[in-house]
Design a protein around this ligand. Structure first.
Ligand code: ADP
Length: 645
């Protein structure tokens, strides 16, 4: 028997091995992932060869076997794939520099300069540089590769302790086709002989490997790669099972799923799942997870955040593209040109799907929107390209839907659909000549539906959208226009009414009470410095007054949000509009005849201003407001009689 041939590792590989065998890197599981991934590659290659060449077909099952041996502290990973010839062993496992090894080392060096943390934190990238095999030396202090190529009858043994050299020698006797990676484990790596631990690791990283991975006669990866199956052949049960596996949410089914397959321009299969509820609404903070990214069914990254935008972060799923190199990982993925392309397609498909759900399954869409609407809405500001698509999905309560909802009260249905309206629905109901989409935002629907500003719109039969979540208003402000119409807050001075809705002549010229200008004067004196103007209102019917934001300023709600977030924020002064036909104002006009009442009228002006602020969810000046109302109550109480009638 000839002496083993000795070889020296190529320089970069030597350096790499030094780092790997000395690293304190915690996540050593990835070494197993890399070796299983190589085994699976090898099986894929053989499968292809067997398909195209009958000569190599046989009955040997294409599978991966893990054989731990506790006593010998040994783990063998066996595959029945293509195996390696003598020359392939020399070239592929040590002497030919993969361009990747250099890059990988450079990457490690750069990362360790950037951070104080140990450079080993980036070892998980190893696979992407085409040097995954060497991760074996994270676990083992001696590695043997016993292999026989499908082309040959002789087997070979490659062996190294990772210190700089390796040997190759022929193996006598029968060697099964394929490769056995024999890891002589480091002492502290004995956990890799524990079947439970191995099962855990395989299920975590290699469930989608398209060949059986066996351990102690058990196949560990029973999960079928259902995303590559034709849509119609995947059952709801399979979806539920896959969803649970992905999300770790047991006993839960997805609200909907989207199964996509495409061959061009990009080849990919994907299944995306929407959970039935939004954890973030339950106060768990932002839920952090990504999409499982596979290349040819092998998991490349289980938490890829670059495939979906922030505003679709709640979706789970898998994306599998044959156009993606297997050994790509987190950092380089970000630069991979395929990802933005995949993302673009996925986003479009998801938004289109949502539009279909909205059309065809309104109940399901309602649940979706209640749960995920707040996240989805942020997309308007984030995704310029898809803003119109997202805008189409927005749903609102409104003056009209509130009326519809009132009709539903008392009528019991299983899952009543709470009436809402989309922007398209709104425009369908718009009045002739209407150039603006009106909205009002406020703390809750109850307060909104009682807002005095609505009077003019109700009278004119113009629908007003209610925004009870500040995100809604941010979204609409960013959208600015929809289908050629301006989106406008009804507390803005920029509101215009369609001519056709203007009240009849006699009503608009209804007589104003005497002294109305004097009332405005007194109010001006009382509110000097607080408002920018006080003027007669044409938009109120019953309420005595309202506050309007001058042209070009933000709506009340946005101002409120800003004043909460920025201490130094100073709200712009508003315009107070006074309704000459309101009962109180008419009485004040009469009282103004006697200048003794001026003080009281000024007090009323201040209190009306305070009330308007409260209606908008703002807090008026506390001291003045409370002492004034106390005075009003005292005066009224004095006027009451103690005599029992
Ligand atoms: P990569 O797999 O990215 O090429 P590796 O360092 O993991 O990088 O492997 C180097 C090469 O060694 C592979 O390209 C392959 O040719 C060969 N190889 C590794 N593992 C096996 C295996 N189990 N069976 C056959 N060939 C293998």
């Amino acid at each position: 028997m000839s002496q083993p041939q000795e070889f020296t590792f190529q320089t970069e590989i030597k350096q790499l091995l030094h780092i790997l065998s000395h690293s304190l890197y915690q996540n050593r599981e990835i070494a197993l992932r890399e070796l299983i991934s190589n085994a699976s590659d090898s099986l894929n290659k053989l499968r292809h060869i067997q398909l195209s060449d009958a000569e190599y077909r046989d009955d040997v099952p294409l599978e991966i076997t893990l054989a731990p041996d506790k006593e010998a502290n040994l783990l063998v990973i066996h595959d029945s794939g293509v195996g390696l010839t003598h020359d392939e062993l020399v070239q592929n496992l040590g002497t030919i520099a993969h361009s990747g090894s250099k890059e990988f080392l450079r990457n490690l060096a750069a990362k360790s300069e950037q951070s104080e943390a140990t450079p080993s934190a980036d070892l998980s990238l190893i696979g992407q540089f085409g040097v995954g095999f060497y991760a074996a030396f994270m676990l083992a202090d001696r590695v043997e590769v016993v292999t026989r190529s499908f082309r040959e009858q002789t087997g070979w043994r490659w062996e190294s302790d990772g210190s700089g050299r390796f040997t190759i020698s022929p193996v006598e006797g029968d060697v099964p086709r394929g490769a056995q990676i024999r890891l002589h484990l480091k002492k502290e790596m004995e956990e890799f002989t524990d079947p439970m631990r191995l099962k855990f690791i395989v299920r975590k990283y290699s469930t989608f490997v398209p060949h059986p991975i066996k351990l102690e006669a058990e196949t560990l990866n029973e999960q079928k790669p259902i995303w590559v199956e034709p849509k119609s052949q995947v059952t709801e049960e399979q979806h539920a099972g896959f969803y649970q596996w992905l999300t770790h949410h047991t006993d839960e089914s997805p609200l909907w799923h989207l199964h996509l397959s495409s061959d061009s321009p990009i080849q990919f299969h994907s299944i995306l799942y929407c959970p039935p509820s939004n954890f973030e609404l339950m106060g768990f903070g932002q839920v952090e997870h990504g999409i499982n990214l596979c290349a040819k069914r092998i998991l490349v990254q289980d938490d890829c955040r670059d495939l979906l935008p922030e505003y679709l972060r709640f979706l789970y799923g898998v994306v599998d593209s044959a156009d993606l190199p297997l050994n790509v990982s987190r950092e380089t993925l970000q630069d991979h040109k395929l990802l933005p392309k995949l993302k673009k397609v996925l986003v479009k498909k998801v938004l289109d799907h949502l539009a279909t759900v909205a059309d065809e399954q309104p109940e399901s869409f309602q649940t979706f929107y209640q749960q995920f609407g707040p996240i989805l809405r942020t997309g308007i500001g984030q995704d310029f390209e898809n803003r119109e698509r997202i805008a189409k999905l927005l749903r609102f309560h409104s003056t009209q839907t509130a009326a519809q909802a009132a009709l539903l009260v008392g009528k019991s249905t299983d899952q009543p659909i709470v009436p809402t309206v989309s922007l398209d629905g709104y425009l369908q109901r718009a009045v002739e000549g209407q150039t603006q989409v009106y909205y009002l935002s406020g703390p809750d629907l109850d307060a909104l539906s009682r807002h005095p500003l609505l009077e003019a719109f109700r009278k004119r039969n113009l629908e007003v959208l209610f925004l009870d979540d500040p995100i809604d208003e941010f979204a609409l402000t960013q959208l600015h226009r929809y289908d050629g119409k301006d989106l406008i807050s009804i507390d803005s001075a920029e509101v215009t009414f369609p001519d056709s809705t203007n009240p009849a002549e006699e009503e608009s010229t209804k007589a104003k009470p005497n002294h109305f200008t004097r009332i405005l004067e007194l109010f001006r004196g009382a509110l000097d410095g607080k408002v920018s103007d006080i003027r007669e209102s044409s938009r109120l019917t019953d309420s005595p007054c309202c506050l309007i934001n001058p042209q070009g300023t933000m709506s009340n709600q946005l101002q409120k949000v800003l004043s909460h977030t920025m201490k130094e924020y100073e709200a712009p002064k508003r315009i107070m509009e006074v309704n000459p036909h309101a009962g109180l104002i008419q009485r004040l006009c009469e009282l103004s005849n006697n200048s003794d009442n001026d003080e009281f009228i000024r007090d009323c002006g201040q209190q009306l201003y305070a009330n308007s602020l409260i209606l908008d969810g703002l807090i008026p000046e506390v001291e003045g407001t409370t002492s004034r109302t106390l005075r009003f109550m005292e005066e009224l109480a004095r006027g009451k009689s103690v005599i029992i009638t």
